[in-house]
Design a protein around this ligand. Structure first.
Ligand SMILES: Cc1ncc(COP(=O)(O)O)c(C=O)c1O
Length: 389
């Protein structure tokens, strides 16, 4: 049979980060000594408290459907965490757990965006926001931050507003740049939302991974009065090295969360019962593990930054958070970032992700969620490659 795929499905572009990982795997399988820096996940084991909680849940027979939006214990753990960490109060009806932050974001966008609605994004940005907005027949409007240290400039944000702007997606700490939005930036974005009546999806999935003098702020800590127009997105994937368990969550006004709950009811029902219990174990019992991983990422970041900032032709802003270095390769003499990534993979077996995947051509993303040995070897290969050009 000749399948006729829907126009909607044909509009979706596959994730460019997955494409590079696949090519690197192929080369590795054929025996090439590939070093891959394309991963978007921590390389640590999940915390023992999560694993034990999951085992206990299986032993207790917690293997059935749960409440659509998650078990009460997980919502309680999330609410206490937000109260303690950010001083924010959320009731159980204002929290939903889903199959990863990606699903949370999808549901938020589907619940908020009507055809033709414009949604501001600050680029470089994570790959899925644009596609998710398009899936809702909205219009992503990108505000470039490459000329302002990866922070949205007030003039650029205001210049992107139109009568059709419905909201914005804000991601701090940022994937791929590692930028952590400070008080001033968050106040500016909150001010725009307040003035123009916009909603904000605030994706803080990397909030535990900040380094040096940088401090992560939830946008509602600087602008508590806009609580009724913010959906906060977080999850256990990055902070607790639990990417495979697939638990993300959102906190927001009851009406918005209830729209997402209705959608989830027909899309997926509850996320895995066992993974929900594992997440309770992580949130309540893995503080020491989180800090250990954060400190290790900081050490690796310092090593990598030291190497990259010493390469002539490469420009890098010190990344304050997440686990990515995002650097400018326009001074290397190669025509673009795609060519840079293709050639360095083929000639030096180093897998990096082209900035074009994040709407920032001319840049390259390197994940440091890998061993120090790989970081040092990869850094040396990048130096050799750039110097050979
Ligand atoms: C900025 C950002 N948001 C959300 C996600 C999705 O996280 P999850 O694995 O929990 O779906 C990612 C994962 O790479 C991310 O980088």
């Amino acid at each position: 049979m000749k399948w006729k795929l829907s126009e909607r499905s044909k509009r979706i572009r596959p994730s460019a980060t997955f494409a590079v990982t696949a090519l690197a795997k192929e080369l590795k399988a054929s025996g090439c000594p590939v070093l891959s820096f394309s991963a978007g996940e921590p390389d640590f084991a999940s915390p023992p408290s999560a694993v034990t909680a999951a085992r206990d849940a299986i032993d207790r027979g917690e293997t059935h459907y749960t409440a659509n939006s998650g078990v009460a214990e997980l919502k309680r753990a999330v609410a206490s965490y937000y109260k303690e960490r950010f001083g924010l109060e959320y009731a159980a009806s204002e929290i939903i757990a889903s199959g990863g932050a990606k699903q949370v974001l999808y549901e938020a966008v589907q619940s908020l965006v009507d055809p033709g609605d414009e949604v501001l994004l600050f680029t470089p940005s994570w790959v899925s926001y644009v596609e998710q907005i398009r899936m809702a027949e909205g219009e992503p409007v990108v505000v470039d931050t490459t000329g302002s240290n990866f922070l949205p400039a007030p003039k650029a944000v205001r210049g992107a507003l139109t009568g059709r702007t419905a909201g914005m997606i804000v991601n701090s700490p940022n994937n791929p740049t590692g930028a952590v939005y400070g008080r001033e930036t968050l106040e500016m974005l909150a001010g725009v939302a307040r003035e123009r009546g916009l909603w904000i999806i605030y994706d803080e999935i990397y909030e535990r991974l900040v380094y040096g003098a940088a401090r992560h702020l939830n946008i509602l800590q600087v602008a508590p009065d806009i609580r009724d127009r913010v959906i906060v997105v977080n999850g256990v994937s990055k902070a607790y090295s639990m990417t495979g368990w697939r638990i993300g969550y959102a906190l927001g006004p009851r009406e918005a969360i209830s729209g997402m709950d209705d959608l989830q009811g027909h899309l997926a029902s509850n996320p895995s019962s066992i993974a929900q219990w594992a997440s309770v174990g992580a949130i309540e019992g893995a503080e020491a593990d989180v800090e250990r991983c954060r400190a290790e990422f900081e050490r690796r970041r310092d090593i990598l930054f030291g190497i990259l900032s010493g390469i002539k032709g490469v420009k890098i802003v010190p990344p304050d958070g997440a686990f990515y270095a995002f650097f400018d390769v326009r001074g290397t003499g190669l025509p673009d970032d795609m060519e840079f990534c293709r050639r360095i993979l083929e000639e030096k077996y180093v897998a990096l992700v082209p900035g074009a995947a994040f709407f920032a051509p001319g840049f390259v993303r390197m994940s440091y969620a890998c061993s120090e040995e790989d970081i040092r070897a990869g850094g040396a290969r990048i130096k050799e490659f750039v110097e050979s050009l």
